[in-house]
Ligand binder design. Structure first.
Ligand SMILES: [Zn+2]
Length: 132
């Protein structure tokens, strides 16, 4: 998948602060001050204790591949994956910019922003060559 074919994210009232941070080059996840847990995707109400008042907190952009699937469409191919972030939550994303044969469950990955069609960067992951 070339970068120009990445669908741009749909921004709504609840996700606007997250995408504003992304436009500033920051990757943030949801955090609940009531129960202290992090969550993905960011939302107004905590998915664990249902309290309002969640907030965005900076995330490292580091994680490991929990599971993945390779999709091949003629000559194009892309990898859809669940990545477990270093901060705890698991997110659905894409693995990009690395050879398919190097991708494996448990491999360390790091965040990369890829340009979406609407100009908003989209968080994806690539293999972290600095990690084992
Ligand atoms: Zn909570």
């Amino acid at each position: 998948m070339s970068d120009s074919q990445i669908p741009g994210p749909a921004v709504n009232h609840e996700s606007a602060p997250f995408w504003s941070a992304v436009k500033a080059g920051e990757f943030r996840i949801g955090h609940c001050p009531s129960c202290g847990r992090n969550h993905w995707y960011p939302r107004s109400f905590c998915p664990f204790c249902f309290e309002a008042g969640t907030r965005l907190v900076p995330a490292s952009g580091r994680g490991t591949i929990y599971s993945y699937s390779v999709t091949r469409l003629s000559k194009r191919q892309h990898v859809v994956a669940y990545v477990t972030l270093a901060e705890g939550p698991t997110m659905l994303t894409n693995i990009v910019d690395c050879p398919l044969e190097a991708i494996a469950v448990g491999r360390a990955v790091r965040l990369v922003f890829k340009p979406g069609e609407n100009g908003i960067p989209v968080p994806m992951f690539t293999l972290d060559k600095a990690a084992p």
